[in-house]
Design a protein around this ligand. Structure first.
Ligand code: SIN
Length: 532
């Protein structure tokens, strides 16, 4: 298992439960809790509330995905989701409950029902991570290697997984590259937020799993569908790296967006106004920023009052105050920032990639559930459901131990100092609003980047990964000549269902190739929402 968030630890626990004789190793780049799961605020979506059904959850997921979802994957997500969440509760996760003992469920953008389970108010991910780590600690047979960056897969002569090289970030003589010989690898290493200058993702999200898969010959899918969260606290024009998220759940509880003149500009934009799907809100904010020349808009949540803020959003309240804004009495400055990769390593319904023995789950994967725009709070659920699915098939599919062959893949390590130019090219030209000129410039900048004189160190591996992933993303964005979901083209402003389908990227002798495969749109929004 590469990665230790909800996807990686669920896969480890479930595979261990399925076959306790297997030797399982979880490798993680930092400490177990350092990934994106820990930072998830809003919660986990599942049809658990009175009157809600998997069919309604499916409908909302398909509408948000703007025609690019895989219906079978979405069906697996929504039908297996409720049991998966119940299992998380049985494992010890303490979700918030009403005084009468009922699970407290809230609403976020794009959902027509209250179906988001949350914990500690706005600390859902931290509580899930705590419970999963505790469960792994109760299973000492699962080996855990922390501070180990996955560098590359070792491949057998037939191209199947034979092992994994790691850069272990120990001290002194323990720091260096080593290898694990294994029969299968599950990538659960999270997203690629650090491709952009501002992201809600933690610093570990450098697209490592996607780059490892790419170099091993796997296909990436729909990389252009990067979700920009509409309400990320704006900290100033020069702020870099992980930025504070103001959960959509704050709008779910009644907060609303206003411009500098106090105009509630989401009204009239969409029937769900401030709770429209995330891409709609991010686009409306960006449009208003362009129209007014302002670097951000405002979120007004003052009417929620101090007691509600303290109980429901203690983390966001603290973080806002640490940055000098008191949301109880002041407006919060917000602007869209990178939040989630809806694309990733292409998998089937059981997490299998195109490389035998390589599986992927969670944000690193493209299972097909998110399409062009992930529905809020579906990501933790995806990690849970698809890791459970991998655990169902992987033990029975293990191949014989194989010797790794000599690695003939082209080398191309990039100096860690090159991270900023990569991020600047991506942020300025492949961000919320894209066009052909900017995308071509980005591809040119990335393609001609001087790799420098890299030391063999983690910063260089990460920057190499960022460059590979950025190139795949920009190339896919250039090929998708339409606006769909979170992919917004200034020069192709409309959705074009003759362009529905998927864009795959892969490495061909060191060069990224991209290819569009048509598929019918899966957006049911022309039919009415399902109600019980
Ligand atoms: C949020 O709390 O707004 C983020 C939840 C998500 O990304 O699903």
């Amino acid at each position: 298992m590469v990665g230790s968030g909800i996807a990686g630890l669920t896969a480890a626990l479930r595979i261990h439960a399925a076959d306790p004789t297997l030797h399982l190793t979880v490798v993680t780049k930092d400490v177990l809790a350092a990934g994106s799961t820990q930072w998830a605020q809003g919660g986990i979506a599942a049809a658990l509330g009175p009157g809600d059904t998997p069919e309604q959850h499916e409908h909302d997921t398909l509408v948000a995905g703007a025609g690019a979802c895989d219906v079978d994957a979405v069906r697996a997500l929504v039908t297996e989701g409720p049991d998966a969440v119940r299992e998380l509760i049985a494992l010890g996760t303490q979700f918030d409950h009403h005084p009468d003992g009922e699970l407290s469920l809230t609403r976020e953008g794009g959902h027509h029902r209250d179906r988001i389970a949350h914990a500690g108010g706005d600390a859902t991910g931290a509580e899930i991570q705590r419970a999963l780590i505790a469960a792994v600690e109760r299973a000492p047979e699962i080996e855990v290697i922390q501070h180990a960056l996955a560098v590359d897969l070792l491949l057998a002569a037939d191209g199947a997984v034979a092992g994994l090289t790691l850069h272990v970030l120990g001290e002194g003589q323990h720091d260096g590259v080593g290898a694990v010989h294994c029969r299968a690898v599950v990538l659960a290493s999270g997203g690629l937020g650090q491709v952009f200058s501002q992201s809600t993702n933690p610093s570990v999200s450098t697209g490592d799993g996607m780059a490892v898969a790419l170099r091993a010959g796997a296909r990436l899918r729909d990389m252009e569908f990067v979700q920009f969260h509409p309400t990320v606290m704006w900290l100033g024009p020069d702020s870099q790296g992980q930025q504070p998220l103001i959960s959509e759940a704050v709008r779910g509880e009644g907060a609303f967006l206003v411009d500098d003149e106090g105009r509630h500009f989401m009204q009239g934009e969409h029937p769900l106004a401030d709770l429209a799907p995330r891409d709609v809100v991010a686009k409306a904010i960006t449009r208003r920023m362009i129209e007014t020349g302002k670097p951000h808009m405002w979120l007004d949540a003052r009417h929620l009052g101090p007691a509600f803020w303290e109980k429901r959003f203690p983390t966001i309240l603290r973080v806002c105050r640490e940055h000098g804004v008191d949301p109880v009495t002041e407006l919060i400055p917000v602007a869209p920032a990178q939040h989630y990769a809806s694309g990733g390593v292409a998998t089937d319904l059981w997490g299998r990639t195109s490389v035998p023995g390589l599986y992927a789950t969670g944000e690193v994967a493209c299972s097909g559930v998110h399409g062009a725009n992930r529905l809020a709070s579906n990501s933790l659920l995806e990690g849970l459901v698809f890791s459970r699915r991998i655990a169902e098939v992987l033990p029975g599919e293990l191949r014989a131990w194989a010797e790794p062959t000599v690695d003939s893949r082209p080398e191309g390590l990039v100096d860690g100092e090159r991270r900023r130019p990569v991020q600047e090219a991506m942020t300025s030209r492949v961000g919320v609003l894209r066009n052909a000129t900017g995308l071509a410039e980005a591809l040119d900048l990335l393609g001609t980047l001087d790799p420098g004189d890299p030391e063999v160190e983690p910063a260089a591996w990460e920057t190499t990964n960022l460059l590979a992933i950025s190139t795949a993303l920009a190339a896919a964005a250039a090929l998708r000549t339409e606006t769909r979901g979170s992919h917004w083209r200034e020069d192709f402003p409309d959705r074009d269902d003759t362009r529905a389908g998927h864009i795959d990227s892969w490495l061909d002798d060191g060069t990224i190739r991209v290819e569009w495969t048509p598929a019918p749109s899966t957006d049911p929004s022309t039919t009415p929402a399902v109600t019980a």
